[in-house]
Design a protein around this ligand. Structure first.
Ligand SMILES: [Zn+2]
Length: 311
């Protein structure tokens, strides 16, 4: 393969075919789906099985990312998701991991989607954030400055009394879905990366930092545990909107894919019933009743939609 510039260190190199969102999350989705076909995420057709990949990084930078990924997967992601540990002390690798994910997703929006919807001020902040994250990852600066990272561990919810109009796949979304976005809000803008039960927010602008307490990733060490997280109220609406977006995408899956999925489940019924995917579905059923199945409806003929982020 011909050489190009590594997006992180700018070295001329043979670039690796690497994941935007870490590979272990897609592995986990496969392992914990009980043999069923995966239909969660922003690209519900085939592609979600392995996640999006790009030729972006040289071998050294790929290595750098993969070390932090291994730490996060082993010490945070699996223990929390499997319920074997909910109180986790982290080291310096956590900030490196979160920044690496935010940087990759931002790079993806810049290069593969577009920043056309953003105004000049926001674009200059995005450019600053990108430079700060890059310099931090390359150990050229000690911390990412005001472009902070927040990590929110999520789980199933029983009810939200102060919110109406909840998406009937909300628990499946919170517990299992992989998703990414570049969001410009009224009081904050951030890169949003969702990895199963974890949300990483890489802030580009944060006008009211006191609305986000308990979730900030510290430079050296800190604790992830069940506690009161203060998050901006609008952020719950945002999660609900994302869940609905995913439900809409899923209702666009081709009948053939649905059939394959159902067949796979039937063939693996025992493991499906014990799976995390089934548990997430149960949570939605107990919260929303039959409406939880709404997204499994067959689409109308020719009614297939594509996510703008699916290519
Ligand atoms: Zn590199």
């Amino acid at each position: 393969m011909s050489e190009s510039l590594c997006r992180l260190c700018n070295a001329q190199a043979t670039l690796q075919h690497s994941h935007i969102l870490p590979a272990f999350v897609f592995r986990w989705m496969r392992e914990s789906s009980g043999g069923g076909y995966l239909r969660l995420g922003m690209t519900p057709n085939r592609r979600v099985q392995d996640g999006l990949k790009q030729h972006w990084l040289c071998m050294d930078c790929e290595e750098l990312f993969s070390r932090a990924e291994t730490d996060f997967a082993k010490k945070v992601f699996y223990p929390y998701t499997n319920g074997s540990s909910s109180r986790i002390i982290y080291g310096e690798w956590l900030l490196r991991f979160c920044v690496s994910v935010s940087w990759r997703v931002l790079q993806f929006y810049k290069e593969k989607i577009s920043l056309n919807n953003f105004g000049a001020d926001e674009i200059s902040r995005i450019t600053e954030a990108e430079a700060a994250w890059k310099a931090f990852l390359l150990a050229q600066r000690r911390h990412p400055g005001s472009f902070r990272q927040h990590l929110l561990p999520l789980d199933a919810i029983q009810s939200i009394t102060f919110r109406q109009d909840l998406s009937p796949n909300l628990n499946r979304y919170l517990m299992r879905t992989t998703d990414m976005d570049l969001c410009e809000g009224k009081t904050a803008s951030f890169v949003y990366s969702k990895l199963g039960r974890f949300v990483i927010l890489g802030f580009i602008r944060q006008d009211r930092p006191n609305q986000w307490q308990g979730s900030r990733v510290q430079l050296r060490t800190g604790l992830i545990e069940p506690r009161k997280y203060t998050i901006n109220g609008g952020f719950w609406d945002y999660l609900n909107v994302r869940a609905r977006f995913v439900a809409d995408l899923q209702s666009s899956i081709s009948p053939r894919q649905i059939q394959k999925s159902d067949e796979a489940r039937r063939a693996n019924l025992e493991s499906y019933v014990g799976s995390d995917e089934f548990l997430a579905l149960l949570n939605d059923l107990s919260m929303f009743g039959e409406a939880a199945f709404a997204q499994d409806d067959l689409p109308e003929e020719g009614g297939s939609k594509e996510s703008k982020t699916s290519s």
